[in-house]
Design a protein around this ligand. Structure first.
Ligand SMILES: Nc1nc2c(c(=O)[nH]1)N=C([C@H](O)[C@H](O)COP(=O)(O)OP(=O)(O)OP(=O)(O)O)CN2
Length: 139
């Protein structure tokens, strides 16, 4: 079994805000991330797929195809967008890094299985160079 990864990048704005809470409670829990006028991040997204190399190509998955799937179905939806306002699949959800990777998994898993025999193994998302989340599809 070989694990193969593709890294992509996007920029997006958001705020961490629970609409059921007062502004004071939001500020207390989320600090400056609750700033009403938004803030932005340079996100790095690493998608890892696992499988056996095809005997004819030597590929687990064609990385060009993997990149196209990630860009078409995720990056194009979030890049230079406001995650709270502009992204349909984040509506009604807190725009945390955790909720983003879960949403990305739901989108990417069927698309990857549609183009290859490989399986999605993990999605790692860096919100800052020091804050990142990794998801393996577990409930
Ligand atoms: N569990 C989570 N905690 C936090 C999240 C998150 O998505 N999940 N997000 C944030 C903020 O949006 C952001 O990541 C914090 O930015 P910042 O504090 O500026 O982090 P930096 O790494 O850039 O700065 P340091 O000074 O090194 O902390 C907060 N929490």
């Amino acid at each position: 079994m070989v694990y193969i990864s593709r890294q992509e990048h996007f920029n997006a704005a958001h705020k961490l805000h629970n609409p059921n809470w007062s502004e004071e409670r939001n500020r207390e829990v989320f600090g400056p991330c609750a700033n009403a006028n938004w803030h932005g991040h340079n996100y790095d997204l690493i998608v890892t797929v696992k499988g056996r190399p095809d005997p004819e190509t030597g590929f687990v998955i064609d990385l060009k195809q993997l990149s196209t799937v990630i860009r078409t179905h995720v990056v194009d939806e979030v890049d230079h967008k406001n995650l709270n306002l502009d992204v349909p699949f984040m509506q009604g959800q807190l725009a945390s890094t955790e909720n983003l990777v879960i949403a990305f998994w739901k989108i990417l898993q069927p698309e990857i299985e549609r183009i290859s025999a490989a399986k999605l193994h993990s999605i790692k998302l860096y919100e800052t160079p020091r804050n990142f989340v990794e998801y393996f599809g577990e409930e």
